[in-house]
Design a protein around this ligand. Structure first.
Ligand code: DC
Length: 226
């Protein structure tokens, strides 16, 4: 059966990664969370106090970064390793979320991450989610999906996740972070978040995860058989 690339883009906290992971598992494809790469780079920059304004520092730091995805047999997830350290959990912290859009708008960071993503995509049979997958990373992807949901729904979904780790967090803080990231991600100079002309729009505000999965699975199956 022919293997395709599924590119999933959309606003922060729309459930893109969950949907992409489930779709990849149904299709027996590799799931790649490109946002995890930007988060891992942000973690490295924070730990090493890299000044984003200093391009030499940024380039040197990127040359010291090795990113790999490993499959966790226990939970069935693909997890990211930064220089051989599994950082899948630590990159989900709020301090990383607060800085990642700024780091992701740096041209050298984007060049580095996009090259890594394109390398992984050579094998086809992947589902990748992010902000510029259908527009920049894989403009020829066979299936492109742009995911959206209303802001209140997204804030509540993300709050429920974050409050487990950080009971002090408030709905207002989460909303502020999502709105700021949406603004920065869609207004940056290089490959801003936007719906590719040939992407299918998926608004999941009122869809259950099962309904959503059935919908995208039917789109993917049609492309694979088409
Ligand atoms: O999907 P996420 O929330 O984990 O992504 C974290 C940040 O990384 C997001 O705010 C913008 C950036 N990002 C990006 O610029 N391009 C991508 N392909 C994926 C993520």
């Amino acid at each position: 059966m022919r293997k395709i690339i599924v590119a999933i883009d959309g606003w922060s906290s729309c459930g893109k990664s969950t949907m992409a992971r489930q779709l990849a598992s149904k299709l027996n494809y590799l799931f790649i969370d490109s946002g995890a790469m930007y988060r891992a780079i942000t973690l490295f920059f924070s730990r090493n106090s890299i000044d984003l304004e200093n391009m030499d520092d940024v380039k040197k730091a990127l040359s010291q970064i090795n990113l790999e995805f490993v499959f966790n047999n226990e939970n069935g997830n693909t997890e990211i390793c930064l220089n051989q350290e599994n950082v899948e959990n630590v990159i989900r912290n709020f301090d990383i979320a607060a800085r990642v859009s700024e780091v992701a708008s740096n041209s050298f960071v984007r060049e580095f991450a996009v090259a890594e993503q394109q390398k992984i995509g050579k094998r086809k049979g992947i589902v990748m989610d992010g902000r510029d997958i259908g527009t920049t990373v894989f403009p020829d992807a066979e299936l492109k999906i742009f995911v959206t949901a209303d802001i209140k729904t997204r804030v509540i979904r993300r709050y429920k996740e974050l409050v487990l780790k950080n009971p002090e967090i408030t709905l207002d803080e989460v909303q502020h972070n999502l709105e700021t990231r949406d603004y920065m991600d869609s207004n940056r100079e290089i490959s801003p978040l936007r719906q590719a002309d040939d992407a299918l729009l998926l608004d999941n505000t009122n869809l259950t995860p099962t309904e959503q999965l059935e919908m995208v699975l039917s789109w993917a199956t049609a492309k694979i058989n088409g």
